[in-house]
Write a protein that binds this ligand. Structure first.
Ligand code: FAD
Length: 678
């Protein structure tokens, strides 16, 4: 109708769970005009996801709020395995560290999703100067893509009609009114249909509730029953199992000795239970419900599931130990299934992320993590393309990189949840039972995957490595990879074997050359949308190395080389690509201004030299020796050049002399506004 307001926005994000908030955070950090809407009237306050893996913590640190999460969370240090003995009574059979030792400077922690969302909202408000705020009680009712305009950088080809709800409409009904405790069933997969159609129909009858938005890009982060996914006609593929699990967050009163440890408990006949110790004396129990079974439709009847039934099952599994509670914070139930989306984007204009493209059991503590990590991969790409800094060709790497991770996650969860839900084997001849050795082995191996640190992205314009870009293992679109032969790549990678191209930039402590302060190097790889060249300058004091460093800097500084070509006129030289240096000479024998070319610590007439760009791999006064060169496997004399993408993944490794290859790498996906370089 004529009075309906219409507006343009660069990026519209649908859904403000962990995935949507991560997308919004990138837009805030990169200065992109964006809106984020959610059909619910309030954020999550309790329950839902709680596990935060180490990669997620590294990511939150790059956004600037890992410290808040780390402080408030409960830290998970040890896992105890409980299994039935030959007498059928459960006992502790093993202890293993919860996070593989030495993997990261962080360990796995737990904190409820509501607090995470709070921290995100604060961070987004700060970095967007309050211009990006979640608009609650708003949902889309139609989405159209003008295909004739999808390749036009300046176009707004996606049109979304939005509806604004009343507060009452935006409040989900609790499923069981007799229960005073908030339940999460309205978000559980046991609920068959969602309520969008109903909500839209109701609000349509009131005038002034509609709005039309033209967007350059839309990111659908609207959860497992994603409206956006359905609007695009895409599906989740996979299967549901017959295993039904209940979840309760309680303050337990118990004589079970390991209630403050993460525990995996297999009882002989009564099913399995997982104990997750939480903040504020809370403990989360994941409880297998053997008595609740799906009907012919394959779904369990949720009206039969109450906190009493769930807790009785927990008491049985834990017997002969006693457990009770007076306070329950939240509870829910779900049916285990593993499904992954057929497509992650439409025309590289509308993207799907998080639960909208992969669902699985929550016990491995992955959903919130992988969902955030999806948007940590996608957000900067969309932001840089929307700002005209990067070409559209980087957008197809979202699906090629993340769909494989989703597939791996589904496979991992499939194995893990069957092992966890299965009855323990009575002896080696018991083929139907689950061997507890196999379970422990899977658990230990699974920990590396679960940490998020085993992700290794395939070749693409952003990841210069050998290999067949079409062999992404996920049937996704082929991304043209710059040609690099296997031999050339192996030679380059050998310069820094501890920084595998395609994996996240591992962190060791280095010292700031100017101040001697130790930093974890990853702390310098902030989420601000910039690419970073890390010049491992080697021994800058040696007569053979100094000219190599000088020559590299000369080429970097040349007016027609990529660095100046990609930097907008009048913007600081580090606006699009930042150059950081880590050298290996002795700190006390080296002088910042004498031994390093100016391009490595640029001068600003208002603020002087930049003292925050040159670091040294040397011994600190108070925090030992990081031995970064040793750990990365880099030659301390000769060094090398590494590129970290804005999301901290290694994109390129080469010699100081391989400048042409570096130039070509950036030409592959950055926009060169200055004609001189193109
Ligand atoms: P969601 O968090 O589901 O967010 C989607 C958002 O979109 C919601 O705010 C919703 O209101 C909104 N929305 C939906 N439809 C529309 C629409 N049409 N229009 C506008 N907005 C819409 N994960 C872990 O990592 N660790 C755990 O320990 C863990 N435990 C879990 C325990 C339970 C009991 C459950 C249910 C899940 C658990 N998860 C866990 C999974 C985790 O909660 C999800 O994977 C994660 O929240 C997914 O994030 P998301 O942003 O993709 O989706």
């Amino acid at each position: 109708d004529a009075g309906t307001p219409e507006s343009n926005v660069d990026v519209l994000i649908i859904g403000a769970g962990p995935a949507g908030l991560m997308a919004a955070a990138w837009m805030a950090h990169c200065g992109v005009k964006a809106r984020i809407v959610d059909k619910r009237g309030t954020k999550v306050f309790c329950g839902q996801a709680d596990g935060l893996q180490v990669r997620s913590l590294e990511i939150l640190e790059s956004l600037g709020f890992a410290d808040r999460v780390w402080k408030e969370a409960n830290h998970m240090i040890e896992i105890c395995m409980w299994n039935p003995g030959s007498d059928g009574i459960i006992r502790r059979s093993d202890r293993i560290p919860d996070t593989i030792v030495g993997l990261s400077r962080f360990q796995q922690i737990v904190l409820n999703q509501g607090r995470m969302e709070r921290f995100f909202l604060d961070n987004i408000a700060k970095h967007s100067k309050n211009t990006i705020q979640v608009e609650r009680g708003v949902l889309p009712e139609s989405l159209e893509i003008d295909e004739s305009k999808v390749e036009d950088d300046s176009a707004y080809p996606v049109t979304v009609k939005l509806r604004h709800l009343t507060e009452e409409e935006a409040t989900p009904a609790q499923q069981i009114s007799a229960s005073k405790v908030s339940d999460g069933l309205f978000r559980s997969n046991l609920v068959k249909e969602d309520d969008e159609d109903d909500l839209i129909r109701k609000s349509q009858s009131r005038p002034g509730t509609g709005e039309v938005v033209h967007a350059k890009y839309v990111i659908g982060c609207d959860g497992a029953r994603s409206w956006t996914r359905r609007a695009l006609g895409f599906e989740l593929q996979g299967e549901a199992t017959d295993f039904i699990w209940g979840v309760m967050d309680i303050i337990p009163i118990t004589d079970f000795p390991d209630i403050r440890m993460r525990c995996a408990i297999h009882s002989a006949e009564n099913g399995s239970l997982m104990v997750i110790p939480r903040e504020n004396k809370l403990v989360r129990l994941y409880i297998q419900l053997k008595e609740v079974v799906p009907d012919e439709s394959g779904r369990a009847d949720r009206s039969k599931i109450t906190p009493e039934i769930i807790f009785a099952a927990a008491q049985k599994i834990l017997s002969p130990y006693k457990i009770d509670y007076e306070y329950c914070d939240w509870w829910t139930a779900y049916q285990i299934g593993q499904r992954v989306g057929t497509n992650f984007d439409a025309h590289e204009r509308v993207f799907l992320a998080g639960d909208a493209v992969h669902t699985h059991s929550p016990k491995a503590g992955q959903g919130m993590n992988v969902s955030m990590q999806d948007c940590y991969n996608l957000g900067w790409k969309v932001a840089l393309v929307a700002r005209g800094i990067a070409k559209r060709n980087i957008l197809s790497t979202y699906q090629s990189e993340r769909r494989r991770v989703a597939q791996d996650l589904i496979d991992f969860d499939h194995r893990f949840s069957r092992l966890f839900s299965g009855r323990p084997a009575k002896d080696v001849m018991d083929a139907e039972g689950v061997s507890m050795e196999v379970f422990k082995d899977a658990f230990e191996k699974g920990n590396l995957f679960a940490s998020g640190l085993s992700v290794n992205y395939g070749p693409s314009p952003l990841v210069l490595k050998a290999g067949d870009a079409s062999a992404q293992g996920d049937g996704s679109k082929v991304v043209a990879a710059p040609s690099t032969s296997g031999d050339a790549f192996a030679k380059a990678q050998a310069l820094a074997p501890g920084l595998p191209v395609g994996m996240r930039f591992n962190s060791y402590k280095v010292l700031d050359q100017a101040s001697a302060r130790p930093w974890h190097f990853q702390e310098k790889l902030k989420a601000d949308g910039r690419f970073r060249i890390i010049l491992f300058a080697g021994n800058v004091l040696s007569a053979s190395q100094k000219p190599r460093v000088d020559r590299f800097c000369e080429r970097l500084n040349a007016p027609d080389a990529f660095l100046r070509a990609v930097t907008p006129k009048d913007a600081p030289i580090d606006s699009v690509i930042e150059v950081l240096t880590v050298h290996a000479a002795k700190r006390t024998e080296t002088e910042l201004l004498r031994d390093f070319p100016e391009i490595l610590h640029p001068f600003d007439k208002h603020t002087g030299w930049d003292y925050d760009k040159v670091f040294v791999d040397d011994v600190s006064y108070h925090e030992g020796f990081g031995n970064a060169y040793g750990n990365y496997g880099i030659d301390k004399e000769r060094g090398c050049v590494v590129v970290a993408r804005p999301d901290q993944y290694v994109g390129y490794v080469g010699e100081l002399e391989d400048f042409d290859a570096l130039q070509k790498y950036f030409e592959g996906f950055l926009v060169f506004p200055s004609a001189a370089a193109s």
